[in-house]
Design a protein around this ligand. Sequence first.
Ligand code: AMP
Length: 283
Amino acid sequence: MVVCETIADLRAARANLPAPVGFVPTMGYLHAGHMALVHRAKQENAATVVSIFVNPIQFDRAEDLARYPRDLPRDMRLLEEAGVDLVFIPSVEEMYPAGFRTVVHVREITEVLEGKHRPGHFDGVTTVVTKLLNIVQPDRAYFGQKDAQQAIVVKQLVADLNIPVEIREVATVREPDGLALSSRNVLLSPAGRAVAPTLYRALRAAQTAWQGGERDADRLRAIAREELAQEPRIEVEYVSLADLETLQELEGEVRRGLLSLAAWIDGVRLIDNVRLESIQDTT
Ligand code: AMP
């Protein structure tokens, strides 16, 4: 496994990789969710590149950045064991040298959901993803459905800017109790961890009602909220049922949609989502 800290070294090592190249951008503190992306990239490409970069410009709160968990030696072991070819671990100065002035902004679909509650977050994401795609120049890049809005925004970005890469989405990996794997889960207190599966339970309650024939958008959002309200430790930021393309809130009868939520538990912000769509819609 080749490890590169500079863009120049990465470009030189990248030139020796066989095609097609799959790329998995991460912020590290790797878990089985990240590794699912890595395994998919390995299966579908001749070479796999992973980046680990805690991107400061996508954090809307300084304390969130300061306490973001990191364990580079462990990450390296996991990537080596998985058979990754190339790892890119740039410094902040390498990615944003003095004089850096460009922001990549995707309109409208970044102004709702996560974008509404985390000002500037998606400008940080789209700027770093554009840079990483330009640096690595992969044939395919892999993103998790755990961050559903991010995957939708990245697809819009590569389409609009004609970036020659195929974006592939990978299903959310969960703990046995349903909690979506996240690097932030380690920050939960034992009591917070105990109630955290309620987030997925709330989404599943609404999804089950939808599968049972409930189609009213308000009612479906309310079912999720009622489940969350059972746990006083959970402070809900939003519960949304939105159009899968425009991400605008749905009203009235729902044929398909993205049901998502953000909530605080013990000062830790967690997100999760499920899709409401019939088998016919997904094929
Ligand atoms: P992060 O390190 O949080 O920026 O995540 C890097 C990539 O891993 C993103 O595309 C995430 O959507 C994806 N990811 C994070 N958690 C999960 C999970 N539980 N299941 C699947 N993908 C995930």
